[in-house]
Design a protein around this ligand. Structure first.
Ligand code: GLU
Length: 305
C-alpha cells in the first residue's frame, strides 16, 4: 500500500517554506475574515485510512464544492432528463459570468457555474419537500459525522451582496429555466454554499465518487457507476471555473474548488483528497491547494492519465 502520509507531510512542509500568493474571497464579507495562511490536507484511501497534515480539522466554508453534491442528488433522480435544464460543456468563463448565459438562452453551460448550480437548486426544490434536509443528511451520512451544518452568518453575508447571482437567477427565470420564486431558490443556494466542513469530512464525503457511486462503507448507493463516471468527467472539465484545463494539465484528477479555499480531488478506485488554503489565485482557486495537488500527483504518479 502506498505510504501517502510521508508524501503528504513532505510536500506540506515544502509548501510552508514557499511564499503563499493570492487573496481570500473578499466579495463575501464573512469569508474575508478567515485567517489567510491556514493550510490543511486530508486523504482517505479505499481502505478508509486517513492521512493528514496541518489544519485538516479546522472548518471552512464549502462554497462551490457543494455543487457536486447537489448535482449528484438531482442526477440520481432525473438521470439524463436533467441535461434539458443545464449542459455539460466547460464554459471557459468565470463562475459568475452573465454574458454567456444570455447567449445560451438561459440554459447554463454546466452545473458548476453559479447559474448551473442555481438551476440545480431549483430542480431539488421540485424533487424534495425539504431539500435542505436531504443535502445535509447526505453529507452527514457520507462523512459519518452528525455535526456538519449550515452556517447562517455566511449565508446571510452572501445574500447581502449577492447581486450577481440575483441577476443570473432573474435572467434564467425570464427564460423559463427557474420554476420557483427566485428569492427562495437563491436562499437555498446561499444556504448550501454556507455549509462548514473540515478537510477530513470533505475527503470522506467525496469517497462516493472514488467508489463509483457507493459510500465508503458500501452501505449506500448514491449514483450508478455510469452516473459516477459522468460526474467525475464534469469535475475534470468544469470543476475549476475557467482554470479547468490548467487543473487537468497540472494535477490530472477530477476535482472541485470553492471560494472558501477548499479543493477536493478524486482518484476513482483509489482515494479522495481534500486541501484547504484560503488564498485564491486570480481565477478564484486556492493557490496553495493547487500547488499541493500538482506536487502530489507528480510525486505519487497517481493520476487518471
Ligand atoms: N457562493 C459562491 C457564489 O455564489 C460560490 C462561488 C464559488 O465557490 O465558486 O459566489
Amino acid at each position: 500500500m502506498m505510504n501517502y502520509g510521508e508524501t503528504i507531510e513532505r510536500i506540506y512542509q515544502q509548501l510552508l517554506l514557499e511564499k503563499n500568493y493570492g487573496q481570500v474571497a473578499g466579495y463575501i464579507p464573512e469569508l474575508a475574515t478567515v485567517d489567510s495562511d491556514k493550510f490543511g490536507v486530508c486523504l482517505i484511501n479505499r481502505e478508509n485510512n486517513c492521512f493528514s497534515a496541518g489544519d485538516w480539522q479546522e472548518q471552512f466554508s464549502i462554497q462551490s464544492i457543494i455543487k457536486v453534491i447537489t448535482l449528484s442528488l438531482a442526477y440520481q433522480k432525473l438521470d439524463a432528463q436533467l441535461w434539458q435544464r443545464v449542459g455539460v460543456e466547460p464554459s471557459g468563463t468565470p463562475f459568475n459570468n452573465l454574458s454567456r448565459l444570455e447567449h445560451d438562452f438561459g440554459i447554463p453551460r454546466n452545473p458548476f457555474s453559479n447559474a448551473g448550480a442555481i438551476v440545480v437548486c431549483d430542480v431539488l426544490m421540485e424533487l424534495f419537500s425539504d431539500p435542505r434536509e436531504v443535502v445535509i443528511s447526505m453529507l452527514r451520512t457520507l462523512a459519518a459525522d452528525k455535526g456538519i451544518d449550515y452556517t447562517e452568518a455566511i449565508a446571510a453575508s452572501e445574500k447581502s451582496e449577492g447581486y450577481r447571482n440575483m441577476a443570473l437567477a432573474y435572467f434564467m427565470k425570464s427564460m423559463g429555466n427557474i420554476k420557483h420564486e427566485v428569492e427562495d431558490v437563491l436562499d437555498f443556494y446561499f444556504d448550501v454554499c454556507s455549509i462548514a466542513v473540515n478537510c477530513e469530512q470533505l475527503a470522506r464525503i467525496f469517497m462516493y465518487l472514488a467508489k463509483h457511486g457507493r459510500s465508503a462503507d458500501d452501505q449506500h448507493s448514491y449514483l450508478s457507476r455510469g452516473q459516477a463516471k459522468r460526474i467525475n468527467a464534469i469535475m475534470l472539465t468544469c470543476g475549476f471555473y475557467d482554470e479547468a484545463g490548467d487543473f487537468a494539465f497540472r494535477v490530472g484528477l477530477p476535482g472541485k474548488s470553492g471560494v472558501g479555499g477548499g479543493i477536493v480531488a478524486v482518484m476513482p478506485g483509489e482515494f479522495s483528497l481534500a486541501v484547504w488554503s484560503p488564498r485564491l489565485n486570480e481565477k478564484g482557486n486556492s493557490y496553495r491547494g493547487l500547488r499541493f495537488l500538482e506536487h502530489f500527483t507528480d510525486a505519487t504518479e497517481i493520476t487518471i492519465f
